[in-house]
Ligand binder design. Structure first.
Ligand code: SF4
Length: 451
């Protein structure tokens, strides 16, 4: 006889915490070497309690965050999502009091300091958002919790629920998922990008501005996430959308999640997006937000098909297109000029400016001690004793025809959505559904290896 048992709250936390792991909106602590990992900005650091992980806060500090879904049931049929209605598996849900009590229990044991609360759309977007609001209301009003709460607003939620979420949450998010309404119609046929997602994002922006002008409490901002590669969009399509989000609604961050096929979803056979593509988009985003590159400069990073190079980071690609602006004199350049040198970041640029007030900078040791990456910066910097080749020479020697051909080949692969694989790796068969029985399973670049 089969006896069915209802999971207890810790089992639910384990199940619904692992499902929330697909959301990269709450950035986890980055470890060394993370740039080579699948999700460079969201690699989880193991914590003994399931559903709990170390997360970076907007102020740069790290706290233990409980990341959990209220329920993993979802009535929607998004073609890329492991929680969509297509996937036949047992679903679970918390009750409002149960989740609030569990969080406070862990908070009182100093196991967690904040909450990231998400959900599938169970029934109706407004109703689901209302349930999340009740959880946070219980935490704020019954238990007096004043800490960090990141709440997801369900696409299509009515204005009053978005307003309530704004009053209670520290940070809000609605996932944009894909750049254009037409792409959304293909991969999320029951979501309307303009009315269900972009309109509530506009409301959140207005509410945040009003709360800050009137000195009222409320969410301090919003973030969003895009699934990269599911809609066969180009990197330039993504850039146009994020430019609008940062410019119009002052988004705090945009997160990128490389598409991974899972069984039963309509895109099961669609190739996985190379993790490096996700990484390049983060680099481009960084150049826009932190380095303040203009859109015109950033446009130089894309190839003719609208993709970023997988081989070369966008900053180097832009520098190569702009070789006439180099080399830059370390002892005379402005902060903006230094920031355009590959291998020089905001911290090392500031250190150069501070140090050169005291003495002339004339050795690589000096520059390296300030954080400059010599292997990347050498063709672009000049100082007494160091004179790199001219721009014309560099074009021939360093970024010559061979490098360009290799780059073009990778761009074409990306355009065709063929998973990037190192030279000499096995060819993907394109049969992701039957991977486990295949002799190529687990080999680099094969679709099954990306699962
Ligand atoms: S609405 Fe969200 S949870 Fe539901 S299927 Fe779409 S992406 Fe997944």
């Amino acid at each position: 006889m089969l006896i069915q048992r209802t999971p207890d709250v810790y089992e639910k936390l384990s199940l619904l915490g692992s499902m929330a792991g697909d959301d990269v909106l709450a950035p986890a602590e980055q470890g060394r070497g993370s740039q080579t990992g699948r999700r460079p900005y969201s690699a989880d650091k193991k914590h003994p309690i399931p559903g709990v992980y170390r997360a970076a806060m907007p102020n740069g500090k790290f706290i233990n965050l409980m990341r959990v879904m209220f329920t993993d049931f979802c009535k929607m049929d998004c073609a890329y999502c492991p929680n969509s209605i297509y996937v036949p598996r047992k679903r679970h849900a918390f009750k409002v009091d149960e989740l609030a009590k569990l969080f406070m229990e862990l908070h009182q044991r100093h196991a967690v300091a904040g909450l990231f609360l998400s959900s599938g759309i169970a029934g109706d977007a407004s109703k689901t958002t209302e349930r999340l609001i009740h959880v946070v209301e219980t935490l704020r009003h019954r238990y007096g919790f004043r800490g960090y709460v990141h709440m997801k607003v369900m696409p299509g939620a009515a204005h009053q629920y978005v307003e309530a979420a704004h009053r209670l949450g520290t940070r809000l998010s609605i996932n944009v998922e894909t750049p254009t309404p037409e792409m959304m119609r293909r991969i999320g046929p029951h979501k309307d990008l303009v009315n269900d997602i972009l309109a509530p994002m506009g409301w959140i922006d207005q509410m945040t501005r009003a709360a800050s002008a009137e000195g009222r409490a409320g969410a301090v901002g919003q973030v969003t996430q895009l699934v990269v590669g599911a809609a066969d969009e180009t990197d330039q399509d993504i850039f146009r959308r994020i430019d609008q989000l940062y410019t119009d609604w002052n988004l705090k961050r945009v997160y990128y999640s490389a598409f991974r096929p899972v069984r039963h979803i309509p895109l099961e056979e669609h190739p996985a997006t190379p993790p490096m593509r996700e990484h390049r988009l983060y680099q481009l985003d960084w150049l826009k937000r932190i380095y303040q590159f203009s859109n015109q400069e950033l446009g130089l990073a894309f190839d003719q098909s609208g993709f970023l190079s997988l081989e070369q980071d966008p900053k180097t690609a832009i520098a190569i297109e702009n070789l006439d602006a180099f080399p830059v004199d370390v002892n005379a350049a402005s902060r903006e000029q230094l920031l355009r040198v590959p291998g020089v970041g905001p911290t090392s640029a500031q250190r150069i400016l501070d140090n050169r007030r005291q003495h002339k900078i004339d050795t690589w040791q000096d520059l390296q001690s300030m954080g400059v990456v010599r292997t990347r910066a050498w063709p672009f910097l000049v100082f007494p004793g160091q004179r790199p080749p001219s721009g014309k020479q560099l074009r021939m020697d360093l970024f010559g025809e061979e490098a360009r051909l290799k780059h073009r080949q990778q761009v074409q692969q990306a355009a065709a959505n063929v998973p990037y694989r190192p030279a000499g790796g096995p060819a993907p068969c394109g049969q992701a559904a039957s991977c486990t029985g295949c002799s190529m399973y687990g080999m680099p670049g094969h679709p099954g290896s990306e699962r």
